[in-house]
Ligand binder design. Structure first.
Ligand code: F6P
Length: 347
C-alpha cells in the first residue's frame, strides 16, 4: 500500500513521534509512506514529501510537526471533497492517516463516510477530544504551565501580589485544572464553570485575611463570567473577531480583564501572565512521546486491518480503536467531581 499522512489544526508536542511511529511500522509491514504538507491544504494542492526511514530519523524529541500544519477546512472549499478524492487517486494513495483534533478528524470522518480509506490519530493540547482518555501534547502543556505557576509563586510572594495566569483551553479547562492543581493555584477558572467576579475576589480576600500576602489565579482563555454578574454578558473574551475556516474566533484577554477587576475590587496589586503558544512549543514530555508512539504504531495497524473510519484512542492504559464519528460528536469537558478536588484548595 501507499499510505499518506497529514497533520492538521494547531500544532502540538508529540506529532513527530506519531509520524515516526506510523512510518516505522508501515515500512516494517511492507508499505511506502508519503506526508502531505500543511494539513488538508497539502492534499488539496498535491504537495507531499516521501517519508522513508531517513526522513523520520532524529525527530522523536522535536516539538511541532515536520509536515507543517494549517487550519484548512476541506468542506469550506468549493468541491473540496471531490478534489480530495481525485487527488488521493492521482497521488496513488491507498490509505490516509489524519492526525488532528476535532476539526481535522471531523473532516476525516466525513471523508470516511464518502468512501475514503482513512484512519485517525487524536491530537490536542486541550485534551477535549471525546473517546480518548488523553491526547498527546496535553501532558507537555500542563508541565509547561505548572512550571510557570511555580516560578510565578516566588515573584508573587516577594512582591505581595496576585498573579493571574491565562492558559489555553478554548472550550474545556483541562490545562487550567491540571496545571492549577499541580501548581497549587488559589483559584482556577474554567469555561465549564462561569464565574462571578465577586466570588473570586471574596476567595482572595479570605486567603489574605488568614495572613497570606500573595495569590495565584489560573484562568482558561475560554473562561466566561457568569451571566448573572451584572457587569458582564458571559461571552468569550476575544482578541479579534476574525474567524478561522472552522469558525473559531481567536481568544485571549480574559487574564488582563480579570487582573484589572481583582485589583480594583480588592486593592491587592495584581499582574497577568499570558502563557499562549509557549504551551504548544518545544519538546514533548516522555509521556507524550510514549503516547504518540503508541498511537502511531496502532494507527499503522488500523490501516493494516483496513479499519477505515476508526482512530487510535487511550482507554485506561490500553490503546483501542474508536469510531471517528464518536470522537467528533461533542467535546470532552471537565467533570464536576474533578473541579471539586480543585475547589478544596481555593481561597
Ligand atoms: O486547539 C488548541 C488551541 O491551543 C486552543 O486552546 C487555542 O485557542 C488555539 O489552539 C489557538 O491556536 P492558534 O493561535 O494556532 O489558532
Amino acid at each position: 500500500m501507499r499510505i499518506g499522512i497529514l497533520t492538521g489544526g494547531g500544532d502540538c508536542p508529540g506529532l513527530n513521534p506519531v509520524i515516526r511511529a506510523v512510518v516505522r511500522k508501515a515500512i516494517q509491514n511492507g508499505h511506502e509512506v508519503v506526508g502531505f504538507t500543511e494539513g488538508w491544504r497539502g492534499l488539496l494542492e498535491k504537495k507531499y514529501i516521501t517519508l522513508d526511514l531517513e526522513a523520520v530519523s532524529g525527530i522523536l524529541h522535536r516539538g511541532g510537526t515536520i509536515l507543517k500544519t494549517s487550519r484548512t477546512n476541506v468542506y469550506k472549499i468549493p468541491d473540496g471533497e471531490t478534489k480530495i478524492i481525485a487527488n488521493l487517486k492521482e497521488c496513488g494513495i491507498d490509505a490516509l492517516v489524519a492526525i488532528g483534533g476535532e476539526d481535522t478528524l471531523g473532516v476525516a470522518n466525513k471523508l470516511a463516510k464518502a468512501g475514503v480509506q482513512v484512519v485517525g490519530v487524536p491530537k490536542t493540547i486541550d485534551n477535549d477530544l471525546n473517546s480518548t482518555d488523553y491526547t498527546f501534547g496535553f501532558d507537555t502543556a500542563v508541565n509547561i504551565a505548572m512550571d510557570a505557576i511555580d516560578r510565578l509563586h516566588t515573584t508573587a510572594e516577594s512582591h505581595n501580589r496576585v498573579m493571574v495566569v491565562e492558559v489555553m483551553g478554548r472550550h474545556a479547562g483541562w490545562i487550567a485544572l491540571h496545571a492549577g492543581i499541580a501548581g497549587g493555584a488559589d483559584v482556577i477558572l474554567i469555561p465549564e464553570k462561569p464565574f462571578k467576579i465577586t466570588e473570586v475576589c471574596n476567595l482572595l480576600k479570605k486567603r489574605h485575611s488568614r495572613g497570606k500576602s500573595f495569590s495565584i489565579v489560573v484562568v482558561s482563555e475560554g473562561a466566561k463570567w457568569d451571566t448573572d454578574d451584572k457587569d458582564d454578558d458571559g461571552s468569550f473574551v476575544l482578541q479579534t473577531m476574525e474567524k478561522d475556516s472552522f469558525g473559531h474566533v481567536r481568544l485571549g484577554g480574559i487574564g488582563n480583564l480579570l487582573a484589572n477587576e481583582i485589583e480594583k475590587r480588592t486593592g491587592f496589586e495584581t499582574r497577568t501572565t499570558v502563557l499562549g503558544h509557549i504551551q504548544r512549543g518545544g519538546s514533548p514530555t516522555a509521556y507524550d512521546r510514549m503516547l504518540g508512539t503508541r498511537f502511531g504504531v496502532f494507527a499503522a495497524e488500523l490501516v493494516e486491518e483496513k479499519k477505515w473510519g476508526m482512530m487510535a484512542a487511550l482507554k485506561g492504559t490500553d490503546i483501542v480503536a474508536a469510531p471517528l464519528a464518536d470522537a467528533v460528536g461533542e467535546l470532552k469537558t471537565v467533570d464536576e467531581e474533578l473541579y471539586k478536588v480543585a475547589e478544596t484548595f481555593f481561597g
